[in-house]
Design a protein around this ligand. Structure first.
Ligand code: SF4
Ligand code: SF4
Length: 174
């Protein structure tokens, strides 16, 4: 991976850490689980050898990893579709930065809509928050009905961005 590109793109992005692209990070092996627990991160253990680090990741500081030198293996090897495209010159760095900024603006709007509808739980992945809010019984005022419809549309737009720009053809963080 070209350090310059990750420095330019990833440090201004963080979407693979903040609960936008993924709901968790899979940790493999007790040593990795133990290392992160020592750093104060809460790990959900599925079995002896696999742990899950929930997202939004508690190690994220703004758009940067706060434990960069000690981040788990699957964080080290993950490269989203946009980063790969920028690396092979299929998209310019300037265009990639614009796409990150567009996605972050879409997220800002979805979060604002969630807030208006009473969901302020920033500790959950954004898609989960939207699903929770839309599944809950909504108010019957025309304003609330419109807010819910707007949220549904904004989440669908964000979902398209996530898949088309960042995940490509079904990329997973493994
Ligand atoms: S989503 Fe892509 S560009 Fe953004 S931080 Fe992750 S790997 Fe980097
Ligand atoms: S450990 Fe670092 S790189 Fe991995 S999800 Fe958390 S903030 Fe992102």
């Amino acid at each position: 991976m070209t350090p310059l590109l990750t420095d330019t793109l990833c440090t201004n992005c963080g979407l693979c850490c903040d609960g936008t692209l993924f709901a968790d990070v899979e940790l493999v092996g007790q040593a990795e689980v133990a290392r992160l627990e020592i750093m104060g991160l809460e790990i959900e253990n599925e079995d002896r050898n696999i742990g899950l680090l929930s997202q939004p990741c508690a190690a994220l500081r703004g758009t940067r990893c706060g434990i960069y030198a000690h981040r788990p293996k699957c964080c080290r090897v993950f490269q989203c579709h946009l980063l790969q495209n920028a690396q092979r010159g299929a998209v310019t760095v300037e265009r990639a930065m614009e796409q990150i900024a567009d996605a972050r603006e879409q997220i800002r709007q979805v979060r604002a809509m969630l807030g208006r509808l009473g969901n302020r739980d920033e500790g959950l992945p954004i898609k989960e928050r939207c699903m929770e809010t839309l599944a809950a019984e909504g108010g019957t005022t025309s304003e609330t009905i419109k807010d819910r419809a707007d949220l549904e549309a904004a989440m669908a737009t964000l979902e398209n961005t996530i898949w088309n720009t960042f995940l490509g053809s079904g990329q997973r963080r493994e």
